[in-house]
Ligand binder design. Structure first.
Ligand SMILES: [Zn+2]
Length: 472
């Protein structure tokens, strides 16, 4: 070492300078990483293969894939894309906006929204002050208001420049929409970008073996769709008590996709339900209402059941079991056995004539409807309406209980026409409102198409001889 030092100082001044500069240059080159090497795990020749996942660093304004670090190239893009070494946006389809060139130089952080978080708290954790919070919330463009209510678990992306100033913020509002807040001069500007949602039609069908929920669920319908399906037919079929083994259904519904990825189901477009041999069909029209194929509204003056089928534990026992007598006997009402506290709704619009207590009925409510119809609801744990009050169909009027002459929580329900008891599940109700005559022609066309689809789907079911098929 000493020798080298002596040798160095023995050299002429010019040589010393050259050696120092060369050493510095070599050191510098060693410290700077090769660009691109840690950005992509691409294969040796730097090409993307379709259908394969690549890790892509995404500091730019690339909007949409905020949360996902993995970008799956769409299958159609089969031609290999050569990666531009100097820039990460080889994924060409992303929108370029005006500050893209700066964005590449920003320091990006992904921040998860925690329970109880606000933008101010998140900013504070990430060394951004209250002034910045205020400027962002009041950014030009109305959308920044969306940052006032953040959803727990959502991921914000924060892009700062080297001085630590917030330059860019991205917040995914939904799977389809992202909010951008960008600094231009001294002012923040916000805007929203949406991806287009592609709607595809799907079919689903099933035959009931144990209960409706299980059949619908194994046919691939989600909870919301199952409830919607029961609601569509809730004026015709008592889903709480009248569903039987062998009943079947057939549904056409929407499936939503963004860039080929399934993001969720949409509306039920048409459906068919065969209940104890009776076939009911419903078609959705552009007013978002359902109509029978002859154009009559599915909505009727009375719901078949004042309790949702979801709350009825054993909706399969056709024999009526009276909780008081502990034996089957004919009686003037229908008993719905359900847990204490289960909400009970008015079967139709009307006026409350009784809402009180006696030792036989317990807490009870009577409702007077039009056309000489009265409905009665007994044994509530609690009443939710008062005498004289007007109620709407579907409005909660009380909760299942076991007050009065009752030994187990249940709703005793009666339907009277001109003072005579009728079976609410089979009584013929007045005809529902038909579709407005000006839409009749348009509806007929929609209905014809849907019926063809339903029948095609039904035949597929028969030919495949399966109890349930989830057509995906
Ligand atoms: Zn009863």
């Amino acid at each position: 070492m000493k020798n080298i030092k002596n040798l160095y100082f023995a050299l002429p001044k010019q040589h010393q300078i050259i050696i120092i500069s060369c050493a510095a240059a070599v050191l510098f080159l060693l410290m700077v990483p090769l660009k691109g090497t840690n950005q992509l795990n691409s294969n040796a020749n730097g090409e993307f293969k379709a259908g394969q996942r690549y890790q892509v660093a995404m500091p730019e304004q690339d909007s949409k894939s905020t949360v996902k670090a993995n970008i799956q190239l769409p299958a159609k893009q089969l031609t290999p894309v050569t990666i531009n070494q100097s820039n990460e946006s080889a994924v060409a389809k992303h929108k370029v906006n005006d500050i893209d060139e700066n964005a590449a130089q920003l320091n990006w952080q992904s921040v998860k929204v925690r329970s109880g978080d606000s933008l101010a708290k998140i900013f504070k954790r990430n060394d951004l002050n209250a002034t910045t919070t205020h400027k962002v919330i009041t950014a030009k463009g109305q959308e920044s208001k969306l940052l006032k209510k953040l959803n727990v678990g959502d991921i914000l992306r924060i892009g700062k420049d080297n001085s630590g100033t917030l330059v860019s913020l991205e917040y995914p509002i939904s799977k389809a929409e992202t909010l951008f807040v960008n600094l231009r001069g001294q002012q923040y500007h916000s805007h929203k970008e949406s991806k287009s949602i592609e709607i595809r039609e799907a079919f689903s069908q099933g035959i009931i073996k144990s209960n409706f929920w299980n059949a619908a669920s194994s046919a691939g319908l989600n909870d919301g769709q199952i409830i919607n399906l029961a609601n569509v037919f809730g004026w015709d079929i008592d889903f709480a008590l009248d569903i039987r083994k062998g009943d079947s259904f057939n549904v056409i519904f929407e499936k939503k996709y963004i860039e080929g990825d399934f993001i969720g189901t949409g509306k039920i477009l048409a459906a068919e339900f065969v209940n104890q041999g009776d076939n009911f069909q419903a078609i959705r029209f552009t007013d978002d209402e359902y109509y029978s194929p002859d154009g009559k509204s599915m909505r009727k003056a009375f719901l078949r059941a004042p309790v949702s089928f979801r709350y009825i534990s054993s909706n399969f026992n056709p024999k009526r079991f009276h909780p008081i007598q502990k034996r089957v006997r004919p009686h003037n009402g229908t008993d719905y056995r359900a847990k204490r506290g289960t909400p009970v709704v008015a079967a139709g619009n009307g006026k409350v004539t009784h809402a009180t207590y006696n030792k036989y009925n317990g807490n009870y409510v009577f409702i007077q409807h039009g056309n000489g119809i009265v409905t009665k609801y007994l044994h509530f744990s609690k009443r939710a309406v008062k005498k004289g009050q007007r109620v709407k169909q579907g409005q909660v009027i009380g909760y299942v209980g076991s007050t009065g002459m009752s030994q187990a929580p249940h709703l005793h329900y009666e339907f009277l026409l001109n003072g005579v008891h009728r079976n609410p599940r089979t009584v013929k109700l007045p005809d529902a409102k038909p579709i407005s005559s000006k839409y009749r022609k348009a509806f007929k066309a929609v209905a014809a198409q849907r019926l063809t689809e339903l029948s095609g789907s039904r035949q597929a079911l028969v030919s495949m001889q399966e109890s349930s098929i989830n057509a995906d």
